[in-house]
Design a protein around this ligand. Sequence first.
Ligand code: PMP
Length: 425
Amino acid sequence: MSRNEELFERAQKTIPGGVNSPVRAFRSVGGTPRFFQKASGPYVWDADGTRYIDYIGSWGPAVLGHAHPEVIEAVQKAAVNGLSFGAPTEAEIVMAETLCDMLPSMEQVRLVSSGTEATMSAIRLARGFTNRATIVKFEGCYHGHADSLLVKAGSGLLTFGNPTSAGVPEDFAKHTRVLDYNNVEQVTELFKADGDNIACVIVEPVAGNMNLVKPSFEFLNALRELCTRHGAVLIFDEVMTGFRVGPRGVQGVYGITPDLTTLGKIIGGGMPVGAFGGRKDIMACIAPLGPVYQAGTLSGNPVAVAAGLTTLRLLKQPDFYERLTLQTGKLVAALNEESSAAGEVFCADHIGGMFGVYFSATPPAGFADVNTSDMARFNRFFHAMLNAGVYLAPSAFEAGFVSITHTDEVIEQTRQAARRAFASL
Ligand code: PMP
């Protein structure tokens, strides 16, 4: 029995399913999850000492590569001064100033400890600000696991085939309207019929929780116009895409300004940090200024903020996003070339440092398209790549992530692995 197998067996005795977050369990692809012991740059090492090229990057945060020396040093320095105060610090102000400076739509921001908290709080704020109950989301978009957002959400829920979680009362879910991603007509119709009751539209402006799905400009622009016209709050959930697709997130790439933005992942540099922020008049509704309650014992945690701030500073190096985009483009090109050489029905696509691999002829435009791809083939490809030392997301419903440490050499090794993997299908 391998050490990974031993640990998985042991984990299942005291942890439900052996994991602390469902997708880690390899349920849809089958087999034994790898238990990691360390990571550095583009690599992770499992409990058996096997090294993998990592294309998950802790599901997004590791854009600098794992364990960047400057980030580790900042964390160590901060830790020596105390792990948590439950009181304000100067570093939090610098973090807020940095985020507001990097994302022009953000006039004020509040820090939390996860993406889930960020989206949950942004929704409550939008409802409090508008005094309306209905929220609009899109099928296949995942916004964390708060009750009203777990309706036809993506990621783990899709992997396990549940449209909606048990434990969410219908009375909660009935305020959530779920529409098709990239469908301008549908959202226009809904606003025509019910616009005065809509508190907010929340969207992954590039979706990464039903594999990678890009929006059309018209779709995002329609959301902006409809929300403005009907007094609803437009929330861009950039927990995954923020500082991942470009220096100003999807809003910078498409030139569309949301009212509120939620962040997570990269802004914590691998530590638990989330944030929500945007228009000052909306943010003024949050306690202690306004009537919308929101709080957190560890919010703005000094060690986590030190990791996040150092990460954000390093992202400002000249050409960072040009290089990240270039390397991700090379990976995608390598996968496309190897798959066509093998005669596979396959394509790969990317935006900035985020990519999707699809066992279908063209990239998907929405959830229905994602479902037409060949899942069984993806699962075999996943295992062939894993055996060849490449760690991809263990689900056909997840996007992949490249870091700045994925050099040409690393991508060439990935190409060789992909050649063997495609040939073995
Ligand atoms: N929103 C999006 C777009 C996400 O991708 C995620 C996590 N994958 C979340 C929210 C929830 O973040 P967390 O897992 O930190 O709670």
